[in-house]
Ligand binder design. Structure first.
Ligand code: HEM
Length: 560
């Protein structure tokens, strides 16, 4: 009893010390919060913005247009603000203290060019935003997407040669064989007449392509039923998708995910499945001498000549994860929008003319059979398929560029360090320092800006890409779906090639029908705008997974 009594004051002492430490920590965090909010709130007054409240900044007047519950990409909210501000080249959104930095939203390319290119102060352009840290479970710690400085440069140098056009085109046969399976799946869907989400089919396709190309491994996403093989609960494809979904939750802002106690365990579980399987494959590929054309992978090419130590394998696994992440959803989104733009031919004479011109080009290059393109492209003469895709399909290329102009799947977010000295914003009235701001070049605003693209900026019109005098009048950097500068997209040739092969393989054999629209209600009091919104899921994706029906085109039963 005496001992217990002796313990009590000591316990009391420990408890009160802990409480004091906790209180100090909480006060420190709150003061940090206040300081950061104060720092943003008291600066950048010369940059156009909605009225900023002393305490709330733009949390209320911008927040109500950006909140995740609207189920639309923040770009639509930025567009509303941009219009309200009189369409400036850039503007400020101050969400401190929810975001500890202000956002500079950019709507004109001349403001972006200096920020994503090399400068004396930022040799490899301004660093990426801290928001990318949330992607670590998916990308790994060594990812080319998040690394900075010399470590990034080293990695990029290592992988650049395997993404050069010549090498990427040598892989056309591999791409075509996966697209043939995609076509077969669409044929089955056309026969059954069911409604389906194009996102699922396009993602299976791009997964098969990117894994085959990067690590010479086909996970057969297109032919594996849900719940089996790599799509079973412990399969790599399931783990990859679940992990991406968890990261997407983070992009949705405040929510249950922030306090979910099981979440870190689930994340670790999926990460360990992916790491375990990819490490085994990467190790085998690096030590394999087999470099026949189907098995030669982007990764093997990048590491040839290096000694296969633990650090190299670790780094390669993270790059493969990064390529899967960066190359799968983005390209799948491109394919969905390609099909969507074709679907408009059924109700719009303008789009019917576009589709007819596209099909004429395919007839001229591949002959009259609607499904002849894959066979011709996969002929062993690589130079032949490369020259067809590069030079003989200008309207098809224009169709894809126009799709990426109106529906850009990805973008960059950068953060200018507070201590940066050389960066200022050349506003019409004066130059303003942007040290401490996050930079978001909104491709939705830049690539649909009527002040740049003309009054038909919102119209899908591939023909604009074939009009040399129109193109000559565009400012530098007006079109930037793969961003520009040293940290542009390493996979852009590959993405374009995938888009081309898909488009020439499906445009003549299928009729796509969009089921359900999610766009804005009215256009000038006329017909409801036939639009599908994108939503923010780290990348920008169609909000409904692109629900469609497909039927066989008129020429589908063609016999030569
Ligand atoms: C239509 C498809 C695609 C689009 C629109 C796209 C767009 C972009 C954009 C905007 C960036 C800059 C992102 C940032 O700064 O955070 C980027 C970076 C990147 N992309 Fe793509 N991408 C596509 C397909 C691909 C593919 C197929 C790959 C295949 C590997 C890929 C790999 C990467 C990588 C590794 C980076 C980071 C590059 C670096 O920081 O050095 N992308 N992409």
């Amino acid at each position: 009893m005496a001992t217990l009594t002796g313990l009590e004051p000591r316990l009391y002492h420990v408890r009160s010390t802990l409480l004091v430490v906790l209180a100090l920590y909480v006060s420190y965090r709150i003061s940090q919060w206040i300081y950061k909010a104060y720092r943003v709130r008291t600066r950048f007054h010369d940059i156009p913005s909605l009225p900023r409240h002393l305490i709330w900044g733009n949390l209320i007047n911008a927040g109500e247009r950006l909140k995740p519950s609207l189920k639309r990409h923040p770009d639509y909210g930025f567009e509303e603000i941009w219009r309200e501000l009189g369409e400036p080249g850039c503007f400020l959104v101050d969400l401190a203290p929810i975001e500890d930095r202000g956002f500079l939203i950019i709507a004109e390319p001349q403001y972006v060019e200096a920020l994503v290119n090399s400068t004396e102060e930022f040799k490899y352009s301004i660093p990426k935003s801290n928001n990318y840290h949330a992607l670590k479970p998916v990308l790994g710690a060594e990812s080319i997407i998040t690394k900075e400085g010399a470590a990034w440069r080293e990695m990029r140098k290592r992988f650049n040669p395997s993404f050069q056009p010549r090498y990427i085109h040598s892989l056309t046969g591999s791409i075509v064989s996966r697209v043939e399976i995609f076509v077969e799946r669409l044929q089955s869907l056309a026969k059954s007449g069911i409604t389906f989400k194009m996102a699922n089919y396009a993602q299976d396709l791009t997964t098969d392509i990117i894994t085959q190309l990067t690590i010479a491994q086909d996970f057969h996403a297109q032919s594996t039923p849900e719940g089996h093989g790599e799509k079973s609960p412990t399969g790599l494809l399931t783990a990859s998708r679940r992990l991406s979904d968890m990261v997407y939750d983070v992009g949705q802002g405040v929510g249950f995910h922030m306090i979910d106690p099981i979440r870190p365990l689930k994340s670790l579980f999926y990460e360990s499945i992916i790491d375990h399987k990819l490490t085994a494959i990467v190790r085998a590929r690096i030590s394999s001498a087999d470099t026949t054309s189907e098995s030669k992978s982007i990764m093997q090419l990048a590491v040839s000549g290096l000694s296969p130590n633990k650090a190299l394998i670790r780094s390669c696994v993270d790059q493969v994860k990064s390529f899967l992440f960066a190359g799968q959803d983005t390209t799948a989104t491109l394919i969905q929008w390609i099909c969507y733009e074709m679907s408009k031919a059924s109700h719009s004479p303008h789009h019917a003319t576009i589709l007819s011109r596209l099909r004429q080009e395919h007839d001229a290059v591949f002959g009259p059979h609607p499904f002849s393109a894959p066979q011709i492209l996969s002929s062993p003469a690589t130079a032949e398929s490369e020259s067809i895709l590069t030079f003989k399909l200008p309207y098809t290329t224009a169709f894809i560029k126009e799709t990426l102009r109106l529906h850009p799947p990805a973008a960059t977010v950068r953060a200018v360090p507070w201590e940066a000295t050389s960066l200022s914003l050349p506003l019409p009235s004066q130059s303003v320092s942007i040290a401490g701001l996050q930079i978001y070049p909104s491709l939705h605003l830049i690539q649909r800006n009527p002040n740049i693209w003309g009054p038909d900026a919102h119209l899908f019109n591939p023909g604009r890409w074939l009009d040399d005098s129109y193109l000559a009048g565009l400012p530098v950097g007006a079109y930037r779906p793969f961003e520009r500068g040293p940290r542009n997209c390493i996979g852009q040739e590959l993405a374009m090639l995938e888009g081309m092969v898909v488009l020439v393989s499906v445009a003549r054999g299928f009729v796509f029908e969009k089921i359900g629209l999610t766009g804005r209600e009215v256009v000038d009091g006329g017909e409801k705008e036939r639009e599908v919104w994108s939503e923010h899921a780290v990348t920008s994706v169609p909000v409904d997974g692109m629900v469609m029906r497909v039927s066989m085109g008129e020429k589908a039963n063609f016999r030569p």
